[in-house]
Design a protein around this ligand. Structure first.
Ligand code: AMP
Length: 433
């Protein structure tokens, strides 16, 4: 037997039956993001490894353990992007976009790659909807970003998620917290996993990301960043909360949420669900005011978020189905001589904007009708040799189970007039049931 080649573990095919969900989520994301003034940017999937090491942080899980990094044929170290922020910042700097006053808010949608242990809701290739804003440090923007995220989730039908927010402080106030945390972790050292024992020296905040139970327990009573915020950070965080409150957006302050990337400062947030087991974060983001400067660009503030599309779609699919496109017309053919005319007719109908599926290979009328039914075609156009001689076709309305003869030369017009429609492409995606 010939051995089959299978997909790489943790990298999934998205089959046609799932695609309507992806299209709906993507279309809604674009619509909402554009309503808030975001413009799409598309960056390469492969970047220099250094970009991620310098932005996400050398001692983060993503860079230490999860990156798909490789040397290309010339020995240059590259990586499949594990997230989009670094790439969008790089592109902004590289193309000198700060010179363009319209280039402030960006979004991008596409695959990311992390070598994590695959499980439900966690994959090695996954997709994110990503939004980034540069050059605005107003806390109003932080609130707007979260409101937009909630707006989007509500529009796709996911209102039952919780918004958690926190502030990670800034270079002025974080060092004192770091020292406090280091002291605390020093006393807890015997309970920490080997990774965290190392992290507590190099990057103590990352201990909060650890998923090992005993590390989580060891953090009970740990100092909180919120108690260390400087005046500016505290005021910023208060304003964010008051803007959110002003719009009636429910949120919860979660002082333990540090997010797994080093570049975050001040506002961070996550959208959490209790319907996905361990992988409970649907999306998250935060402010990264020093990142652009650290990557060699202008010293502009930045803020953004990423939503995991697989998790969104898992949630949306729970107990619901979304119909894919069905052809408007199924072209049934009886007899060899009618095939060419049926082919021509199908083409004319498609040019007029109708979705048409053909009966390839002929077969009995019964079997062709069965197929039309399975495809959920709205109409079947039947063309046999006898009809061909008379220059007509039989048009069967599958819903009303009625049929009539229509001259071949008048078919396009017949469909353009039916149900008072204009003959444009029908709206075929159906609402979730
Ligand atoms: P992060 O970039 O880690 O903040 O992740 C943002 C969002 O991307 C998360 O809330 C998840 O929804 C999604 N995500 C992150 N990692 C994965 C993964 N390995 N598989 C599926 N979704 C993921």
């Amino acid at each position: 037997m010939v051995e089959r080649v299978q997909a790489v573990r943790g990298m999934n095919d998205i089959l046609p039956e799932a695609v309507p969900w992806w299209q709906m989520v993507e279309a809604t994301a674009r619509e909402v993001l554009e309503l808030y003034g975001y413009r799409e940017i598309r960056t390469p999937l492969v970047e220099k490894l250094e970009l991620f090491a310098r932005s996400i942080g050398e001692s983060t899980d993503i860079v230490e353990k999860e990156m798909y990094a490789f040397a290309d044929r010339k020995g240059q170290w590259l990586a499949l992007r594990p997230e989009a922020t670094a790439s969008v910042v790089r592109a902004f700097i590289e193309h000198n976009l700060q010179a363009d006053p319209l280039a402030r808010k960006f979004y991008t949608i596409g695959p990311m790659f992390r070598h994590e242990r695959p499980q439900k809701g966690r994959y090695r290739q996954f997709h994110q909807i990503d939004a980034e804003v540069f050059g605005i440090d107003d806390p109003l923007l932080d609130a707007e970003l979260m409101v937009m995220l909630c707006d989007f989730l509500e529009r796709i039908g996911l209102a039952d998620v919780a918004l958690h927010i926190n502030s990670l402080g800034c270079p002025a106030c974080r060092p004192s917290f770091r020292e406090d945390l280091k002291r605390f972790l020093h006393h807890r050292a015997p309970s920490l996993c080997p990774d965290c024992d190392r992290r507590r020296h190099v990057n103590p905040l990352r201990v909060f990301d650890c998923k090992v139970d005993r590390c989580r327990e060891a953090l009970t009573g740990a100092p909180q960043l919120l108690d260390h915020l400087c005046e500016d950070c505290a005021r910023h965080f208060e304003k964010v909360q008051s803007y959110l409150g002003g719009l009636g957006v429910p949120f919860m302050v979660d002082p333990r949420m540090v997010r797994g990337l080093d570049y975050y400062m001040r506002t961070t947030f996550e959208v959490i669900t209790d319907r996905l087991g361990a992988q409970n974060a649907v999306g998250g983001g935060g402010r990264y005011d020093g990142l652009m400067r650290d990557l060699g660009g202008p010293d502009l503030p930045g803020i953004g978020f990423a939503i995991g599309m697989e998790r969104l779609i898992l949630l949306l699919q729970q107990g619901r189905s979304l119909q894919g496109p069905a052809p408007e017309v199924f072209m049934a053919v009886l007899g060899e001589k009618a095939v060419s005319e049926a082919f021509r007719t199908a083409q004319a109908l498609r040019r007029s904007g109708l979705g048409v599926e053909m009966a390839y290979g002929g077969g009995s009328l019964k079997s062709q009708m069965r197929r039309a039914d399975k495809l959920a075609a709205a109409y079947v156009v039947i063309l046999g040799e006898e009809e061909l001689q008379r220059g007509v076709a039989v048009v069967r309305n599958m819903k009303e189970k009625s049929q009539k003869e229509v001259p071949l030369s008048g078919l396009v017009e017949f469909f353009s007039r039916r149900d008072g429609s204009s003959g444009g492409a029908p709206d075929r995606a159906q609402e979730p049931v």
